[in-house]
Design a protein around this ligand. Structure first.
Ligand SMILES: Nc1ncnc2c1ncn2[C@@H]1O[C@H](COP(=O)(O)OP(=O)(O)OP(=O)(O)O)[C@@H](O)[C@H]1O
Length: 258
């Protein structure tokens, strides 16, 4: 009982018996069936699994962009699955989000791309914005590139600008949806190193959906595998290869080459 309470206290996000399905023309497609798991505060959780298994659906449920058919999606102690739009907007302020493309605005400079959330969501003065953005540029090794446009940047730099922007509002939780898509292995490694250092520095909870296995597993404090509506939670990669489920051991063998 006590352990239970402590575990919940330390969760940033909690799924309680969540079901989510979509109606297609021919049948009901069940993506999550009675999914329950916790995402611990200040740690890195990696969500992995084959294509179309529901990884992005989990992220959308967390942000309240999709609602569960049943069960609860708790962010802190708030159920985002039943919240009204205005309250949801408040909860979303806790999040930084880095999606696949980085989604930079081509017509804005690096500086303006990073400053955008501060201009839109805060009342900071130009001087305050300058100071905050300059600090981030330094931290993400982007100093000197602030007047460039996205088209003038390498793939890795674009991702760094995307990360810089995602961190501007001091998020408590950062969601990464396949953040290294399109990067070569060297840049991929660099980006993951940067996640580790910024997370250590800022202490946010990280949730990463990624296909970069086994690389991504080295960052993980917790791994969630999604397969045919079922979720399995592991503390590390070795646990995966020792799973009692043959299909999970097979997954481990395929993706981790053992
Ligand atoms: N809004 C929606 N309407 C109908 N079906 C949906 C919707 N969103 C997702 N799905 C379906 O739910 C399933 C899971 O989708 P999801 O995007 O979460 O997969 P994924 O694990 O992120 O895949 P990938 O690794 O390929 O990005 C897919 O079969 C998808 O077609």
């Amino acid at each position: 009982m006590n352990t239970d309470i402590r575990e919940h206290h330390e969760s940033a996000i909690r799924f309680v018996d969540v079901c989510k399905s979509f109606d297609t023309r021919s049948k009901r497609h069940r993506v999550l069936e009675h999914a329950s798991f916790s995402i611990p505060k200040g740690k890195t959780t990696v969500i992995a699994g084959g294509s179309g298994q529901g990884k992005s659906v989990i992220l959308k449920l967390i942000l309240g962009l999709l609602r569960p058919d049943s069960g609860q999606v708790l962010v802190g102690n708030q159920d985002v699955g039943t919240m009204r739009y205005k309250a949801l907007q408040e909860v979303r302020m806790l999040f930084g989000v880095l999606f696949q493309g980085g989604a930079l605005f081509d017509s804005l400079t690096v500086f303006e791309n990073i400053a955008l959330p501060l201009r839109e969501r805060t009342k900071l003065t130009d001087d305050e914005i300058y100071t905050k953005v300059a600090a981030t540029l330094e931290q993400l090794e982007l100093a000197g590139h602030e007047d460039k446009y996205p088209a003038q940047l390498s793939g890795g730099m674009k991702k760094r600008v995307g990360l810089a922007r995602a961190l501007q509002l001091d998020p408590k939780i950062v969601l990464f949806d396949e953040p290294t898509t399109g990067l070569d292995p060297v840049m991929t490694k660099e980006i993951y190193e940067l996640f580790t250092t910024t997370q250590q520095h800022l202490g946010y909870t990280a949730v990463i959906v990624s296909h970069d296995i086994p690389q991504i597993f080295t960052l993980a404090d917790q791994i969630i595998l999604v397969n045919k509506g079922e979720l399995d939670v592991f503390a590390d990669a070795t646990q995966i290869s020792c799973s009692s489920k043959p299909e999970i051991r097979e997954f481990a063998r395929m993706v981790m080459g053992q």
